[in-house]
Design a protein around this ligand. Structure first.
Ligand SMILES: NC(=O)c1ccc[n+]([C@@H]2O[C@H](COP(=O)([O-])OP(=O)(O)OC[C@H]3O[C@@H](n4cnc5c(N)ncnc54)[C@H](OP(=O)(O)O)[C@@H]3O)[C@@H](O)[C@H]2O)c1
Ligand SMILES: *[C@@H]1O[C@H](CO)[C@@H](O)[C@H](O)[C@H]1NC(C)=O
Ligand SMILES: *[C@@H]1O[C@H](CO)[C@@H](O)[C@H](O)[C@H]1NC(C)=O
Length: 328
């Protein structure tokens, strides 16, 4: 009796403070829910199917690979660091109970490595049902790939461009099959610098990342157009803002005050599981079976920026990319 009275007394005296705390808490929860975004509800099974994911040793790639393994697929983790890849594969096998998870070496900053992986897959795999171009590097210093391309354009776009083209025959043979391209909201401020594609004249790390992510969306669009009638469908997407290692080149260079301001937002951004949902949706959702060439966010279609819808730019980028990787 006395105890409840005490609580009531406390509540009455602190009514305003308690209301404020309650509203703030509920508000924070609502913002957190909203930030978490869409969830892939498809229960589609992938038994007997093969999925290849680039950059699957960490971040959203690893979460996507785990989901594919849980659906029964044979999952190939294509990674540049074989030690990290084997640790991730062990974890995925153990969590999913699916032993059919293997690792293959792929360094997207080397065209030779891309060719070697493609040859390995063509010779050793009987089918490829889902190709997920997930690997990415963000806002690194002015680095070059083995072939002399600007690093972010080289890895995020050119490496995947060659990889996808090299695996097209196998994808067509396995149709209906899908190509999923992980882009970013960053494409919205992007521009393809056709006169200085490697940004040799003036390198800005943000500009370079945006260009590479715009290239991802344009590639998806042009690829879908070229694959019409083959039953190989193509999807590009923004996964959300997610707690991963993607900031590894950017964060150490930020001044302390920016790090302090950013800290509280960390709890609001997506977990890797939440961040993998749109990729998974594009890879398996039955409702997308006959749709191709569109861009997605939070497990729903979204209109990308106008420059990502320009067919002439998409075609020009395709021709330039083909000549850069030696496919022309
Ligand atoms: N996190 C976000 O907020 C966010 C937002 C929008 C878009 N995205 C996109 O989501 C994708 C996945 O990123 P994440 O957030 O999961 O980042 P992450 O944790 O840094 O994972 C990136 C993966 O890409 C791999 N990778 C980098 N360079 C490579 C290369 N040269 N060859 C082969 N693999 C390479 C990394 O391998 P190592 O571990 O060996 O370096 C790692 O497995 C990226 O395409 C990114 O642009 C992420
Ligand atoms: C096929 O797989 C085997 C066994 O892993 C490997 O030794 C061989 O090099 C692969 N083929 C190619 C072309 O990489
Ligand atoms: C896709 O097209 C095929 C063949 O026309 C049809 O059988 C199937 O129902 C369609 N699927 C969806 C989800 O629209």
């Amino acid at each position: 009796m006395q105890y409840t009275e005490g609580i009531r007394d406390f509540a009455e005296r602190h009514a305003i403070a308690l209301s404020v705390a309650f509203v703030a808490g509920a508000g924070l929860l609502a913002v957190r829910r909203w930030m978490a975004g869409g969830v892939c509800r498809s229960k589609a099974r992938l038994d007997g199917k093969t999925v290849l994911i680039t950059g699957a040793n960490t971040g959203i790639g690893k979460e996507t690979a785990l989901d594919m393994a849980q659906r029964g697929a044979r999952v190939i983790l294509a990674c540049r660091d074989m030690t990290r890849a084997r640790i991730a594969a062990d974890e995925i096998r153990q969590k999913s109970g699916n032993g059919n998870v293997l690792v293959k070496k792929l360094d997207l900053a080397s065209l030779q490595s891309v060719r070697d992986l493609a040859k390995d897959v063509q010779e050793n795999e009987t089918r490829l049902d889902i190709l997920i171009n997930n690997a990415g590097i963000m806002m690194c210093p002015k680095w070059k790939t083995e072939d002399g391309f600007e690093m972010q354009f080289g890895v995020n776009h050119l490496g995947h461009f060659l990889l996808t083209n090299s695996l097209l025959d196998l994808l067509k043979k396995s149709a209906p099959s899908r190509v999923v391209i992980v882009s970013s909201l960053a494409h919205e401020k992007g521009h393809i610098h056709f006169d200085d594609i490697n940004l040799d004249k003036s390198y800005k790390r943000e500009q370079s990342y945006r260009q590479s992510k715009l290239a991802n969306v344009l590639f998806g669009r042009e690829l879908a157009a070229r694959l019409q009638g083959t039953d190989v469908t193509v999807y590009s997407l923004h996964p959300g803002v997610i707690r991963t290692e993607l900031g590894r080149h950017l964060l150490p260079t930020l001044p302390l005050w920016k790090k302090i301001i950013l800290k509280p937002f960390i709890m609001l951004i997506k977990s890797p599981w939440e961040g993998a949902q749109t990729t998974i949706y594009c890879a398996v959702d039955e409702s997308l079976a006959n749709v191709s060439g569109l861009y997605y966010s939070d497990c729903a279609p979204k209109t990308p920026a106008p420059q990502a819808l320009n067919d002439a730019t998409a075609k020009k980028l395709w021709d330039l990319s083909a000549s850069m990787v030696g496919l022309a």
